[in-house]
Design a protein around this ligand. Structure first.
Ligand SMILES: [Zn+2]
Length: 104
């Protein structure tokens, strides 16, 4: 028998119990502005860029651009996860009052 555990708290999740898949999709965001330090390095050339990139592993470089993860969570951890995200964005929002419509 495969026993599933909550990825956040480790609590065992029995077959048929309420549980959630929490998908986290993170993408780097570009606002159209190139910082001055990057503009100052414009003449350094491709070799310099490649050297700097070689200081990181492929995984580290990929994680600077995107990350996709899916976590299995018990109801309490799903709620705590969502509360943590929404509490800074809109502290008075609740699942019953506006929270589900803040980010989409
Ligand atoms: Zn949990």
């Amino acid at each position: 028998m495969t026993r599933i555990r909550c990825n956040r708290c480790g609590h065992p999740l029995e077959e048929g119990s309420l549980k959630y898949e929490v998908a986290v999709k993170v993408r780097s965001s570009f606002d159209g502005t190139i910082p001055q330090f990057a503009q100052d390095r414009e003449g350094e050339g491709l070799a310099s860029v490649l050297h700097e990139a070689s200081l990181y592993t492929e995984e580290e470089l990929n994680r600077q651009v995107y990350e996709d993860d899916v976590f299995i969570m018990c109801p309490q951890c799903k709620e705590a996860f969502m509360e943590d995200i929404y509490s800074n964005l809109h502290p008075k929002a609740t699942p019953e009052n506006g929270r589900a419509h803040l980010i989409h």
